[in-house]
Ligand binder design. Structure first.
Ligand code: NAD
Length: 483
């Protein structure tokens, strides 16, 4: 198989890393190297920052309609190349092509289109304080900002960051995950194809420790929008503490999926399965702690197992497959170590990998079947730590107050899904649960106008809609007296 060489995208051009160093990128479904990406260093980051600085005065002084035009052009380019991008993302991540077609690439397009529209609707407040005094709020773009994204939804989360930043008039240096760089590289090619203004968006590839750290700590970076692991978020916050940058952190999760006996049983089983195992459990919003009311617990576990057996595990490029490979050998080893831990903690693993049949091409790939664990208490590490793989635990509860206490007994507070037909209980639980996003009788439904993000160790700065654009601005109040 030929190995593709990926480049950085700086000042409107594709460029190799200045040190000529590259990292191998492996296709998770086959375990084979299929591309190499720049191992960028401080010099590459400086080059990207210079380009972003140079482009800022012009980009920030465009009127919103002109910025909107460029974002819409990029959204259209994604739509026109939907199938090519869906295949690339499936290859890069190991996730089923049916998922990259219907979710990832579609949502990447939606992000750009949404903020193309938002750019023209963005406004700020004014207050008539008395008949001769007016206060108004000026919201001004910051300058070059950093957008750092993870591997699990590469193009979707990259666009979720760059779109509001660009719409608000900033220029961007983005660093995608070194584990899944391919779609970001293809996006830079699309920028070149459509003549996107040079230096407005720059994409630097490489590791977090080298390229990521050089970018986030750079004095010229005014804001950091980061999505990734909680420990990385803390490291970035600590490293930049004295630089007074704006920081938004979207971090890990260990989300409760709570099922009351009065729910729509079939729909709850179906969605619990989807919430636990979509993208092989590698979505920050996955429902990995399932709590079921005791009167329906046995039936629920049996129905879950039946539904899990129907999941078609296999080569992600096959459109009939709905469960693909984990992202890397390291990550598979980490997830497997949690299965050993769960057993040591007294858990019983209800599924097995032994009957996994894979096509020859995938024999060296990183596959693990969906796994359900019973018999663990809430305090054990398997229930407290983010595993970020196809592993869910299931526990029973006997009352609303008990399940609320169990759900909130977690360092994380990203999302929750609650299943009940009791309206009062749905409102009470939604209000009392410690999570930034609550779904009632659904999961993963998303409206881009709503706040998004977590509490506690899941992050800070809830973003969405105009709030996401406001994060990328400096806000100034002007008070005028004209007596
Ligand atoms: P990660 O923290 O290892 O890496 C994320 C990004 O940060 C990568 O681009 C990486 O290169 C970069 N990075 C690493 N160290 C850095 C440093 N010192 N300075 C600057 N950049 C650095 O996370 P990951 O393994 O890629 O992603 C999985 C994690 O992301 C999970 O914890 C998951 O829950 C979380 N996540 C959260 C959300 C959310 O919206 N809350 C969404 C998706 C994923």
């Amino acid at each position: 198989m030929s190995v593709i060489t990926l480049d950085n995208y700086i000042n409107g051009k594709l460029c190799p890393p200045t040190n000529d160093q590259y990292l191998d990128n492996v296709q998770p479904a086959t375990g084979q190297v299929y591309s190499r990406l720049p191992q960028s260093n401080e010099q590459d980051v400086n080059n990207a920052l210079q380009a972003a600085q140079k482009a800022f005065p012009q980009w920030s002084s465009l009127n919103p309609g002109e910025r909107s035009h460029w974002l819409q052009k990029l959204a259209d380019a994604i739509a026109d190349n939907h199938e090519m991008l869906a295949q690339a993302e499936s290859k890069d991540t190991g996730k089923p092509i049916q998922l990259t077609r219907t979710v990832d690439i579609q949502r990447a397009h939606d992000n750009l289109r949404f903020f193309a529209h938002a750019a023209t609707q963005f406004s700020s407040e004014s207050h008539a304080t008395n008949p001769r005094t007016i206060n108004y709020t000026l919201r001004q773009p910051l300058g070059p900002v950093a957008c750092i994204s993870p591997w699990n939804l590469p193009l979707y989360l990259l666009t979720w960051k760059i779109a509001p930043a660009l719409a608000a008039g900033n220029t961007v240096v983005a660093k995608p995950s070194e584990v899944t760089p391919y779609t970001a590289y293809l996006l830079s090619q699309l920028c070149i194809d459509i003549g996107f203004p040079a230096g407005v968006l720059n994409i630097v590839h490489g590791t977090g420790q080298q390229a990521g750290a050089a970018l986030t700590t750079h004095d010229d970076i005014k804001a950091i929008s980061f999505t990734g692991g909680t420990e990385t978020g803390i490291a970035i916050k600590q490293a930049t503490l004295r630089q007074h940058k704006k920081i938004s952190l979207e971090l890990g999760g260990k989300n409760p999926f709570i099922v009351f006996a009065d729910c729509d049983f079939k729909q709850a089983v179906e969605t619990a399965c989807r919430a636990a195992f979509s993208n092989q459990g590698q979505i920050c919003l996955c429902g990995s702690r399932i709590y079921v009311e005791d009167s329906i617990y046995d039936d629920f576990v049996a129905a879950m197992i039946e539904r899990m057996k129907q999941l078609n595990v296999g080569d992600p490029i096959d459109p009939k497959v709905d469960f693909g490979a984990l992202v890397s050998a390291n990550h598979l080893a980490k997830v497997q170590s949690y299965l050993d831990l769960a057993k040591a903690e007294g858990g019983e693993i209800l599924t097995t990998n032994q009957d996994l049949e894979l096509p020859i091409r995938c024999q060296e790939g990183y596959f693990l079947k969906p796994t359900l664990i019973i018999g663990l208490n809430n305090q054990c590490r398997s229930n407290q730590e983010e595993i970020f793989g196809p592993v869910a635990t299931i526990q029973k509860f006997s009352s609303q107050s008990e399940v609320l206490q169990l759900a909130n007994d977690s360092p994380y507070g990203l999302a929750a899904s609650i299943w009940t037909n009791d309206l009062k209980r749905a409102h009470q639980m939604s209000s009392d649960i410690e999570a930034g996003i609550v779904w009632v009788n659904c999961w993963l439904l998303r409206d881009l106008r709503t706040p998004f993000g977590g509490m506690k160790a899941s992050g800070m700065g809830r973003e969405g809609g105009f709030e996401a654009m406001r994060f990328f601005t400096e806000c100034k109040n002007v008070c005028i007296n004209y007596r």
